[in-house]
Write a protein that binds this ligand. Structure first.
Ligand code: RB5
Length: 152
């Protein structure tokens, strides 16, 4: 798969080890920065990575900030993106199997690098559960995204 990756300064120390991990797993990686510890604004890589996934220039996205939360908030503003902030192994799998998440958001201030690399492995290897109940829930989200209202 082709994975788009991005971080802010807080997530920067985890970015290269995750790139190395993805490449060892046989994936290709597009790196959207940042490229140093200098303070940066997380919405920039969040939206750039998400647009790459939306435009099918990448299959999946991975974003790293301090908590994973700011990245997820920004990424979910891009149409078609299902981004989740992940802090546990269970969530790393479930966000693919149940939610068909296409962007994984990680927090360098809440999880160790070793934990985060476990989440990456689980996210990258879990397959979406094809059950109609999960598909229907995702369709409800996308229908709302298209209409911009819950009213019929
Ligand atoms: C940066 O200090 C921090 O706010 C950012 O990395 C992230 O945690 C935001 O959600």
């Amino acid at each position: 798969m082709l994975v788009a990756i991005g971080s802010d300064h807080a997530g920067y120390p985890y970015k290269q080890p995750i790139i190395d991990q993805l490449m060892r797993m046989g994936h290709q990686v597009s790196d959207f920065g940042c490229h140093s510890n200098e303070p940066t604004d997380y919405p920039v890589p969040a939206i750039q990575v998400s647009e790459a996934v939306r435009d099918r220039k990448a299959d999946l996205g991975i974003l790293i900030c301090g908590t994973g939360i700011g990245m997820a908030i920004a990424a979910n503003k891009v149409k078609g993106i299902r981004a989740g902030s992940c802090q546990s192994a269970f969530a790393a799998t479930a966000m693919r199997t149940h939610n068909q998440a296409n962007v994984l958001c990680l927090g360098s201030r809440v999880n160790t690098l070793s934990e985060v690399q476990t989440f990456v492995r689980l996210f990258m290897t879990a397959d979406p559960d094809p059950s109609p109940r999960h598909r229907n829930r995702i369709d409800l989200i996308h229908t709302y995204e298209e209409r911009g209202t819950w009213e019929k």
